[in-house]
Write a protein that binds this ligand. Structure first.
Ligand code: C5P
Length: 224
């Protein structure tokens, strides 16, 4: 690809956005940006600094100074940093998912994150995943994909992910959390999860990871 392109991948928690986007990025020589990891990093920082995401602590204004960065390596690995600290593992904790809604509801925080993410995509061709990438961050993206799957299958995928990270989690609590996050993500006032009108809807419930990857690569070839 010679011209700079933007591919937006949105969808609910556990729909496979991140693992699929990373492989597509590696195969198509794109930079992968994980927007959810930025909200996770902010949640981690607020919990670490203030002990809670409630009240004014969630709206503190030092975010510009904490130095959130992300590194994507062409083998498909993504790392998220706060300053020099690699927080990639810390932000995958269940405690982060349980508290992230308050952070992601904040309009100030969303504006901060959107500006940061647009800056990261300024120079390179990118594939970015999240909830509002095709609607708010890049409404004119070259290709928009909305990935979906049933809540049951998404919960099973998350449990597998946690287990691969060596974490023992309760299946019921993961499923509850998926349902809670669906409700938070679709009902927030700003940046709610919603399929962009021009996004291509892919239900991955009965598809393998490879089938979804092939479909997206085919769409890139057809559309871009
Ligand atoms: O993608 P991931 O599941 O890591 O995202 C974690 C949370 O971050 C989401 O449930 C949502 O609350 C928030 N988020 C968001 N907007 C995005 C990406 C993530 O509000 N673009």
């Amino acid at each position: 690809m010679n011209r700079k392109i933007v591919i937006a991948v949105d969808g609910p928690a556990g729909s496979g956005k991140s693992s699929i986007s990373r492989v597509v990025a590696a195969k198509k020589d794109l930079k992968y940006i994980d927007s959810g990891a930025v909200y996770r990093a902010i949640t981690w920082h607020v919990l670490d600094s203030y002990g809670s995401v409630d009240g004014d602590a969630a709206h503190h204004n030092d975010l510009g100074n904490i130095g959130i960065t992300q590194e994507f390596s062409p083998d498909g690995q993504v790392k998220t940093f706060i300053g020099n600290r690699d927080v990639s593992m810390l932000i995958r904790d269940e405690k982060i998912a349980a508290n992230i809604g308050t952070i992601a509801d904040s309009r100030e925080i969303r504006n901060f994150v959107n500006t940061l993410l647009r800056g990261w995509a300024d120079k390179d061709s990118v594939i970015m995943d999240g909830r509002d990438v095709g609607t708010v961050i890049f409404p004119t993206a070259d290709l928009k994909i909305y990935l979906d799957a049933s809540a049951d299958i998404r919960a099973l995928r998350r449990i597998k992910e946690y287990r691969e990270l060596g974490k023992n989690v309760d299946e019921n609590s993961v499923k509850k959390q998926i349902i809670q996050r669906d409700s938070e993500d679709t009902s927030r006032k700003f940046g709610a999860l919603i399929k962009a009108e021009d996004a291509i809807y892919l239900d991955t419930t009965t598809l393998t990871k490879d089938e979804v990857i092939d479909r997206i690569i085919e769409l890139i070839t057809i559309k871009i």
